[in-house]
Design a protein around this ligand. Sequence first.
Ligand code: DCP
Ligand code: MG
Length: 366
Amino acid sequence: MQERTRAILHIDLDAFYASVEQRDHPEYQGRPVIVGGSPDRRGVVATASYEARQFGVHSAMPSRTAQRLCPSAIFLPARFELYRAVSQQIMASFRLHTSLVEPLSLDEAYLDVTTTVRDLEEAVQLAREIKRQIREQTELTASAGVSYCKFLAKIASDRNKPDGLTVITPQEAPAFLETLPIEKYFGVGRVTAARLRTLGIQTGADLKRLGEERLRDLLGKHGTQLYRYACGEDNRPVEPVRVRKSVSKEVTLEHDIRDQGEMEHILEKLATQVERRLVELDLAGKTLTLKVRWSNFDLVTRTISRTQGFQQTEEMLPILHSQLSRLVDGKQAVRLLGVIVSGLFSQEEMRRERQVVTPSLWPGEP
Ligand code: DCP
Ligand code: MG
């Protein structure tokens, strides 16, 4: 039996945190709003409204730089509980259309609507309907991508932000993928892209021309996958329930490094990204792991656990630094650094449990 062509949507809210703030403070609408850390305290930008982006402000930029680029910007601290509540609201409304909803972050999800619609045209109508619902329920705008696989749906949603709706049909896909720069391909980070570019490979057409075997020789398993994507093949299913076991970030360095200060700086960046995801998910983890891959490919990990768990960068950094200094001897160079937090537990649960075991805190209650 021939399998039906799938219909996949990728929905991503526009300037999510900033849009929630503009919604709740009408006086900020149409003005540059930056949500994140304060410029006076070495904070970073979580996100910026589209008005602020015109000045070159973007996520993960130091807030001080953002202030210099856009002096009229309104800086606001993040209100995660609120963003989580809005997220639950939109994810619930997605689930009315299909049970196959895979959230990627608070404001982003894949939906497999193959059995909800008859064809891609109807999938576009459904995407329009979902955008309308989001606006009605939350007063926020989203961008949607529609295609037959995850990879193309995600790229499509990014095409016409904000408030966009883009479809890439199976007929359009080959031409589209050929002109797509390699950086846009799923799984191609800075290092892989730089490597490919030195070989003169810039686009999907170049990937295809290079061929599956050469790509596999160059990048291993990942090369095969990349070749498939360039050919428009991506069979990854939309996976609604993913039991998350850990939150991690790692980076393969452009050049192997020996300098410990440089490594510490990279660990700080990684820990900040791990913290961000943990805060978004309202999770902490009992176990913290430092991952180091030496230039000769040997992998070492160092792990530490504590009952109160880890969530904030400041909690992780001293431990990561001391573990690092015990490993680094100045002779061996490092090619990869990673930070992993596992043994996850919900902060919400912790708070609730504490309230149950200490009823005396609530004298008014029966
Ligand atoms: N976020 C963050 N730090 C980052 C990137 C994102 O804290 N480095 C947070 C703030 C964003 C939210 O995650 O509002 C969603 O991330 P997106 O990448 O979807 O960015 P936005 O929704 O803000 O903008 P858009 O999707 O319109 O590009
Ligand atoms: Mg978004």
